[in-house]
Every structure is written in C-alpha cells, then in structure tokens.
Design a protein around this ligand. Structure first.
Ligand code: FAD
Length: 505
C-alpha cells in the first residue's frame, strides 16, 4: 500500500447504485486488513430511493457470484423470480409478438452463426418454422419452464442464460447488510452542501443538514437523478438524447401475483410509449413509460391500469426523467454511478447493468490520491461507448417498426438516428451481418432477435452458407429442434422450481 492510497471513500446515496457500489468495495478492502480505507455511505430517508428497477440482465449472476452470494438465499430474500428474456408485444406492428431470449440459436455450423443457416433455409424451404424455435430460452419461456443450465458439453440443456427479477428495495437492503457486515458504515442525513478544495476544486467533504461534515478522498455519486456531486459541484454537462428517445415519464404500480409465474419480462408497445410487466413472488411490477407530449398523465395512468392482468395494489406513482448521460461520469475525485451518470428507458433492463459495469471499472481503475487523469479518461471512454451502444439498441425498437398509428410512432419514423445505428441497420438489411460495436453491450443474437422480431428481413445472407447442402442442413435443424422441445418438456415449471429451491420467506 503506497502512502497515497485512499483513506476514505464516501458513497453519496443508498439506492440500488449506492449499495451495489458499497458491497464489492467492502469485499475488496476487507482483504486489506487494518490499512483498508474507510467506506462510508450517506443516505437520506427523507428523499428515499426511486424504488423501481426490478428486471436485470444475465451478467448480474457474475456480480452476485463475485460477492459469494448464495443464489437460493438471494432469490428468496428479494422475492425474486428467474428471467429468460423479454417478450415484446405490438412493437413491430399491432399484433406482432416476439421474444428476445438470453442465449444464442445453437452451436455454430462450419464456423458460421446458426441463425445465418436458418436464414438460408428460410429462403429455400417452404414453411420453415420461426427462428425462435431454435432458441432454447424462448421455448422455455413459451412453456413457463425453468431450471438451471446443466452439463458441460453444449446441448439444449445449457443453451441459455438467465437473469432475475427482484424487488429493488429488498435487493438494496440485502447488499446493505452484506456491505455493513464487511465494514461499510452507513450515515443517515440530508446533504445540503458540498465543500471543494480551494487549490484544485476536488471535493473535500459533504455537509449534512444537522451540521455534520463528512470528508473523504474519493466520492462516489449515487444520488440518483439529483446528481448532487457530478452535476452540482462538478458541473459535468448532461448530453440530452430526448430527440432520439422522446419518452420522459413513467407511472409505476404493483398488482397481485398472477399464475402462471412467467419467467420473463413483458413489454407491450402502446400509443404513446410502452408498458412493462415484471413477475415477482409476492406481486407483479407494472409500469407505463411514455412521452408527455403525446398523452396526459391521467390518460397514461388509465392506460396502465387498463393493461394490468391482476388487481392493482396501489395507485400509480409518477416518475419523470430525461434520457441522456453525463459527458464525464468521473471528474476529479467524483465518480458518478447509477442514475446520476445518466438514464436510458428500461426497455432492455440496462440500468443495473450499467451500474455493475461502472463499479467493475472503478475497481479496475482504482485511483490513489494522485487521481492520475488517464484513469478517469479510460473509465469515461468505456462508459461513453457502452451508453451509446445501448442507446442505439433501444432506439432500434422505435425505428425498425411498421407502426405509424399514433403521434409517437409517426415522430419516431421521422426522427433522426445516430450514424452508428444507421450503419447497423443497413449492414443487416443488405447483407444479413451484425456489427457488434461494443463488446460490453448486446451481442449478435440480441441484435438478430430484434431485427427479425421487428420484421426486418435481410436481402442476402452470408454467401458461404449457400455452399452447404440444404437437405443435410435441414435435417440438422430438425434434430436440433426436437432436442430442444424434448429437453424443455422435461424441465420443471418456473413456479415449482422456485417453490422447491428458493421460496420466499
Ligand atoms: P436512487 O434510487 O434514486 O437513489 C438515490 C439515493 O441518493 C437515495 O438513497 C437518496 O436518499 C440519496 N440522496 C439523494 N439526494 C440526497 C441528499 N441531498 N442527501 C442525502 N442523500 C441523498 N433499471 C433496471 O436495470 N431494470 C429495470 O427494470 C428498471 N426499471 C426502471 C423503470 C423506471 C421508470 C425508471 C425511472 C428506472 C428504472 N431502472 C431500471 C433504473 C433503476 O431504477 C436505477 O438504475 C436504480 O434504481 C439505481 O438508482 P440510483 O441508486 O442511482 O438512484
């Protein structure tokens, strides 16, 4: 440990982001023994947390595993359920339905993606079933089946990944207990001022309403949309992406649990936005994301309630947001993580993923008290690339659709799109290929699911696959489909799996 090692880390905010930052830092520094830095988290019960954020992506399993969490205990304590992907309804056109599953479409054939071969068969074989029949998580989701992937050699029993749905408040509390057991301290109080060092403008301390002063070396801003440090004290500009993603409001409401307990999130496109449905053990989470220029809040609430499939347990809660990101999330000794660093609507459940990746990068590029600027520059470069790639993926949902039936959809058809997305769409449309511009974001199978699901059919496919014998290929696909169908038929029902392995307390 050098003399310049961090002595104290202050985390501002105790929502999902704050405790997701505190837990791995506490774990990491627990190994440093007596010379470990203090970790202090400040949160204000008067302000509270945003209280949504219940659907995740598969890398959260690696995050939980690194912490050493017991999966069954975590699912039980957070009233969680398993997530195999997202079912999209009415997105490509009214009546359209497709599944973005966590997994690919089987093993590569002659080194080429299986879906390219499917495309070739689809062009030459009559009545070729949809590509979703070769997606194990999609077939599992259609039948409400769930079990953990099994076996080492690639097979239908392990050709999928999964994530979780959980109660956001319970997850933050779970991580809070974990972090505090490993030495993190929690302070309750309202921050009313930020003190800067006169010599370099770094944050010296935050000041609480009751007069307490909390100093530190590194400040992690997890203060949510308020962005107290990164936006307030550091004045990092906000890059507004509302032109590309015009939704700016949401209403959220819990409703009663519904049977069957589906192992997937549902997203249904509406006239002025879309509605989510997230199944948990004790309730269903619902929300309507919309653009306030095209629908009033009252109408949006009525749409939400009309779209529920069980009794509402509360009245809808109003939320507002602006889509975009901080140009620099790490400025001097302030690192923004969570909503303070930016926001993209939760259409693909990416916010918690961005939190995890930001925490991972902060640990990877951990500074000492010198705060060498290239550490911040590299962190900011990686975050910018990931934010932009996810932005493109979400804009895709609004762009590649035939919907023109309301003001929102007509706006989306006419709106500009980033050059990077225009390139992706044209590459796929003209050649059937996918460019993965950011290895930390969505991979090829995800782009393919969205393109095909929304109704974009490539004009051509990989010329190499045309050289493979069609009949042999077809037989291979038939065998693969049978194996998937049979394997999934033997899997337990999702609710039964949870009841056996991780029932809520
Ligand atoms: P918050 O939860 O807002 O926490 C902020 C913290 O800062 C609180 O503890 C508060 O007390 C503290 N604080 C603020 N000001 C002060 C002050 N002055 N003094 C002291 N403390 C202060 N993400 C997903 O991954 N999946 C989803 O399905 C999903 N759905 C979403 C739906 C909607 C409509 C929205 C808006 C977001 C959704 N998200 C989703 C995003 C997700 O909710 C957030 O990324 C996540 O909850 C992290 O929030 P946070 O911790 O940054 O902020």
């Amino acid at each position: 440990m050098s003399d310049l090692s961090l002595r104290k880390i202050v985390i501002v905010g105790g929502g999902t982001a704050g405790w997701m930052a505190a837990a791995p830092l506490a774990q990491l520094f627990a190994r440093a023994g007596a010379r470990r830095p203090e970790i202090v988290l400040v949160e204000s019960p008067d302000i509270g947390t945003i209280g949504v954020g219940e659907a995740t992506l598969p890398p959260i399993r690696a995050y939980n595993k690194t912490l050493g969490l017991d999966e069954a205990d975590f699912v039980r304590q957070t009233q969680g359920s398993f997530k195999l992907g997202i079912e999209f309804r009415d997105w490509g056109h009214v009546g359209n339905r497709f599944f973005h599953g966590f997994g690919d479409f089987g093993p590569a054939i002659e080194g080429r993606s299986p879906w390219q071969h499917w495309l070739r068969l689809q062009r030459s074989v009559a009545d070729m079933p949809t590509y979703e029949d070769w997606s194990t998580p999609t077939v599992m989701a259609r039948r409400n089946r769930f079990t953990l992937p099994e076996g080492g050699a690639p097979s239908a029993a392990n050709a999928f990944s999964f994530a979780y749905h959980f109660d956001a408040g319970l997850y933050a509390a779970y991580l809070r207990d974990y972090a505090m057991q490993r030495g993190a301290q929690r302070i309750e109080g309202l921050i009313v001022d930020v003190e800067l060092r006169p010599e370099d403008g770094f944050v010296a301390a935050v000041k609480l309403q009751d007069g307490r002063r909390i100093d530190g070396d590194l400040f992690i801003d997890c203060s949510g949309f308020r962005a107290l440090l990164v936006g307030g004290a550091m004045q990092s500009p906000f890059e507004d992406w509302s032109e590309l993603l015009p939704c700016n409001s949401a209403q959220a409401v819990p409703s009663e649990r519904v049977e069957p307990l589906t192992p997937y999130t549902q997203s249904t496109a509406k006239a002025a936005g879309w509605q989510w449905r997230i199944p948990l053990q004790h309730r269903t989470g619902n929300g309507h994301v919309y653009c306030s220029s095209f629908i009033s809040d009252d109408e949006a609430a009525a749409t939400l309630l009309a779209g529920l499939d069980s009794k509402a347990l509360d009245t809808p809660r109003q939320l507002r947001f602006t889509t975009g990101r901080r140009k620099q999330g790490w400025v001097k000794n302030v690192v923004a993580i969570g909503l303070s660093s930016g926001f993209l609507e939760p259409l693909e459940s990416t916010s918690i993923q961005l939190i995890m990746d930001a925490v991972g990068r902060l640990i990877q590029f951990l500074p000492d008290r010198n705060f060498k600027p290239h550490l911040a520059a590299e962190f900011n470069r990686l975050m910018a690339r990931q934010y932009e790639s996810i932005r493109d993926f979400i804009v895709l949902h609004y762009k590649v659709t035939a919907r023109r039936d309301s003001e929102l959809w007509r706006y989306c058809a006419a709106m500009p799109m980033p050059d990077s997305l225009a390139h992706q769409i044209e590459l796929f449309r003209s050649t059937g290929r996918v460019a993965v511009l950011d290895p930390d974001s969505f991979a090829e199978p995800s782009w393919v699911s969205l393109f095909l699901g929304l109704g974009l059919r490539p004009e051509a496919c990989d010329p190499f696959v045309d050289l493979i014998d069609v009949q042999a290929l077809l037989q291979h696909f038939v065998r693969l489909r049978q194996a998937i169908t049979q394997t999934v038929a033997g899997m337990p029902d999702h609710a039964d799996y949870i009841a056996k392995h991780a029932p809520a307390p």
